[in-house]
Ligand binder design. Sequence first.
Ligand code: PLP
Length: 234
Amino acid sequence: MPEKNLTFDVDAVLAHVTEKTRIVFVANPNNPTGSYIPAVELARLRAGLREDILLVIDCAYAEFVTRNDYDMGFDLVDAGENTVVTRTFSKIYALAALRIGWAYCPASVADVLNRLRGPFNLSTAAQAAGKAAVEDAAHVAAARDHNSVWLPWLSDRLSDCGLTVYPSAANFVLVRFPDDDTHNSAAAMTFFESKGIIPRETGGYGLPDCLRVTIGREDEMRAFADAAKEFMAG
Ligand SMILES: Cc1ncc(COP(=O)(O)O)c(C=O)c1O
């Protein structure tokens, strides 16, 4: 569904529902834009969908969000039989290679997932790592706090050198590059790579003039900000 200002558009989605619609997915916050819809919009989406349409809310980046009007939607799950919230250990826990995730969903949905999944879909090692990760609340708090400092810091530095930075509620920023041969996203990618920095290209998401930059360590953020400044001054 086309977005509005790179943000999930509840009205557009509701307008495109047909009798064939069975599932609506929303990534909140979204990747690679970093945008999100607030709790009231999520509730309006659920209220506007038929009862027999499953709403799947992908909250992969939920732990990073610090906005007061954000909500994952657990209340929407509790309120009926047709809403699912999915979570992952791939983001704030940095355990992507272990392939662990979970869902908060009605028992009827869990029953379907249990019948569809492979018999040994989660290894014992992955389960042990997931359990340890959930218990490590200090790690989550430290990672969120780190992101809360360096996300706005990097966004400001990049804006200062003339780049368009989209507001992000996640742990990355989407950056739009100018439309000229020396400063476009392809030139930027080549320049950053020459410095050992590898942003994420977003052409596959329909955003060929942008790159996505993940918030990393302080030294990495300083190195990226310096490189962006040098690139834009060139
Ligand atoms: C919005 C969103 N959901 C889910 C995932 C993937 O999660 P997992 O590693 O648990 O499959 C990603 C990873 O890029 C993502 O951006």
